[in-house]
Structures are given as structure tokens and as C-alpha cells.
Design a protein around this ligand. Structure first.
Ligand code: XIL
Length: 383
């Protein structure tokens, strides 16, 4: 509460209109007190969602809509999570199987389940080089560009007002050492395709946070991370409407949790965007898996603009990488050591989120970056 008052008293409004400011501060204190009262409800500290909410964050999972008839699955989903992502049901092949003919049946089922159970929804994903419908294969150039932007507009309009954040563009960077864009059919429509997609999404749903989402962007020293960072910095400087960066964070022995993960989250957040962990799974077992899960959770909580964590499935057997047993519940739905590590880390607490909501409109183009961007060599110091 001290922090709220301190920030309020330093604002321009407080300096120019002291009486209004005092009233606003008292009202603000009441809201904070009410929020604390709500947060200390029966389940606080005992489930992932409630513990994350106490820290001003969410805890989510990918959901396969055809599993909503599995009672063990739904039992865990409804008990533990307050954010959901459609594992496949909102992708291009699912939502527009024929050109300009849209099918929202399964996506809508997930949104309905979320709304009925007090969960929010991350939209995933408007544009991606994978899981495109077959008909895009015969298009290129301006015809593909038009179809792609129409897809963004139609889907974001259908879900307008129901989506917390959209992965507008997924995995557009190359895995090599060049920090360059991936050479996809979308990229071939013109290098400005990503910003065109973000502008179309903003126009269709001004209330959703718009994210760029990718994998292998967790390690600050990797070229791919720097490539995405430079794109986001450029977008912010030119007023392209981007609000957040999603870190898929699929970790395994080839791409383990990096000790500079917190640095990566902090540096992106310093550009003036939120950061979200969007598809977390960590292959392994026992205490080493649990340690990495705890580290990821603490790193998110240490960064004020880290909104929350989504794991990519519920039970190990639900995972797209099931043989790596990368999730928080075993195949029978029992909590794993990794679950306890995450819950404990959430209950330890961290840096509260900013007290003012980030702007939903395009920021002024004249605003400078909020921190000095790194020079050519990224720092290698651990957090
Ligand atoms: C995966 C799903 O989990 C699988 O069911 C599907 O067969 C392929 O896609 N990055 C992403 C996700 O952005 O959409 C992917 O999900 C996993 C990698």
C-alpha cells in the first residue's frame, strides 16, 4: 500500500490537483484493502490459480477441447487454473478450413467453458507457418497477404472482447545464428507482414493484449532472442501496436532452462511490453525438473510486467511431448514434485505488477525506450 501512495503522490495529477489526488488515493487504498480481502479466500495458497492471483498473476494451461469430457482432466483444470489456451482449436487450419469459411465450434466451446468457470482465455495463434489450411498452399504474394490479413480480422473480430491476449504472430524467427526472420510463405508476402498483422488485430479487438510468441528466445545470449528483441524495440519506437511477448519455454536437454532467463524477461519488459510464459513444459523428472520449474516461476514473479505462466497441458500423458514427462501432473492426475515447487514459489511471492493498467491504445511514437538497449554483446551475468 505504501508503494501505491508513493507512486500516486509523485504523479503529475497529484502535483497539479492535490485535493483530487488525496480523494483518489483514499479510494485507491480502499480498493487495495478490498482486493486483499478477496485474495485471502479459502483456496488462496493451495492451488496454482489462487496462488498466482495473490501475486497479481494468472496460471494457465493449454486445453484440448476433446478432453473436456474427461472428468479427471476437467477436475484438475477447474481446480487449478484461471487461464486457458486452445492447444489447437484456434489455429488457422481449425478456424478457416476453406477460404473465407470460418468454423469456431471448438474454439467457442473452450471460451464457454472458461467463462462458466471464471477463467480467462489466451488466443493462440492468428498467424503461424505451421497448421495452415491446405488452401493457403496455392496462394502467394498479394493474394496470400490479403487472405492472411482477412484471417486475422475475421477471427479477432469473432472473439472480440473475450480474449485476454492474442498470439498474433507465432514463431516468425529463424533458428540459426543470424537473428533473422524465418523464410516462410508469410514472410515472402513482404517483410512488413508482422506489423500489418498487429495493426489488423488491434483494429479488430482493441481490448486484447497483442503478443509476439516464439521458442528458443529464452536465453538472452542467443541470436534468435536478440532478433526478436530488436523487432520489438523497432515496433515500440514506430508505434506498431504490440503489447506483449510470449516465451513458449519448451525446455529439454537440448534447450534447457537458461540461468539468464530472468535477464531476458527483464530486458524485454524494459522495452515497455508485458511478458508472458506461454507454453511451459520442462522434460525430466524428480528434483531436477522441480528445480527448473521453481526457477521459472520465481523469474516471472521477479519481473513486474510478467503477467503469468501457462503450462502446455495438464498431465504428462496430455503433453505433445508425453515421453519427456514434462508437466506438473502425472498420467493419473497426481501432483508431481514439480507442482509443489511451482506452488511454493508462487506462495513465496515476488514483485507486484504495475499499479496502473498498461495503455491499450497505440503509444506515442515520440516516446523513447524506457531503458538503454544493450550494445552489440548481450550481458552474460546471471540474474
Ligand atoms: C502443438 C500441439 O500441442 C500439438 O497437439 C499439435 O499437434 C502441434 O502443435 N509451439 C506452438 C504450439 O506454438 O501451438 C504447438 O502446439 C507446440 C509448439
Amino acid at each position: 500500500m505504501d508503494k501505491v501512495l508513493a507512486r500516486g503522490s509523485g504523479s503529475a495529477a497529484a502535483r497539479s490537483r492535490p485535493r483530487t489526488a488525496v480523494v483518489a488515493m483514499v479510494a485507491g487504498a480502499a480498493v487495495v484493502a478490498a482486493t486483499i480481502a478477496v485474495a485471502t479466500s479459502a483456496s488462496a495458497g493451495t492451488t496454482l490459480g489462487a496462488s498466482a492471483a495473490e501475486q497479481g498473476r494468472y496460471f494457465g494451461t493449454a486445453v484440448a477441447v476433446n478432453k473436456l469430457s474427461d472428468s479427471t482432466y476437467v477436475g484438475i483444470l477447474n481446480r487449478e487454473f484461471n487461464m486457458v489456451t486452445a492447444e489447437n482449436e484456434m489455429k488457422w487450419d481449425a478456424t478457416e478450413p476453406s477460404r473465407n469459411q470460418f468454423n469456431y465450434t471448438n474454439g467457442d466451446r473452450l471460451v464457454a467453458h472458461a467463462q462458466a468457470n471464471g477463467m480467462r482465455v489466451r488466443g493462440h495463434a492468428l498467424l503461424w507457418h505451421q497448421q495452415q489450411p491446405g488452401w493457403t498452399g496455392s496462394l502467394s504474394g498479394s493474394a496470400l497477404r490479403e487472405a492472411m490479413l482477412n484471417h486475422v480480422t475475421q477471427v479477432a473480430t469473432h472473439y472480440r472482447g473475450k480474449i485476454y491476449s492474442w498470439d498474433v504472430v507465432n514463431e516468425a524467427f529463424d533458428d540459426g545464428n543470424n537473428g533473422a526472420r524465418r523464410n516462410s510463405n508469410l514472410q515472402q508476402t513482404g517483410g512488413d507482414w508482422i506489423e500489418a498483422a498487429f495493426r489488423a488485430a488491434r483494429a479488430a479487438d482493441p481490448g486484447a493484449k497483442l503478443c509476439y510468441n516464439d521458442y528458443n528466445t529464452d536465453n538472452w545470449s542467443w541470436a534468435k532472442t536478440q532478433g526478436v528483441y530488436n523487432m520489438v524495440r523497432d515496433f515500440k519506437s514506430r508505434g506498431v501496436p504490440i503489447d506483449c511477448v510470449g516465451f513458449q519455454s519448451h525446455f529439454n536437454s537440448g534447450s534447457p532452462y537458461p540461468s539468464n532467463y530472468r535477464t531476458t524477461l527483464q530486458n524485454f519488459a524494459a522495452l515497455g511490453v508485458d511478458v508472458q510464459i506461454t507454453e511451459l513444459d520442462i522434460e525430466g523428472s524428480g528434483s531436477s525438473q522441480a528445480t527448473s520449474y521453481g526457477n521459472v516461476t520465481r523469474d516471472c514473479l521477479a519481473v513486474a510486467r510478467c503477467n503469468g505462466i501457462t503450462v502446455w497441458g495438464i498431465r504428462d500423458t496430455d503433453s505433445w511431448r508425453a515421453s519427456g514427462t514434462p508437466l506438473l501432473f502425472d498420467g493419473s492426475g497426481n501432483k508431481k514434485q514439480a507442482y509443489t515447487a511451482v506452488l511454493n514459489a508462487l506462495n513465496e511471492g515476488g514483485t507486484p505488477p504495475p499499479t496502473t493498467a498498461p495503455p491499450t491504445s497505440t503509444p506515442p511514437t515520440s516516446a523513447p525506450p524506457t531503458s538503454t538497449p544493450p550494445t552489440s554483446e548481450p550481458p552474460t551475468t546471471p540474474p
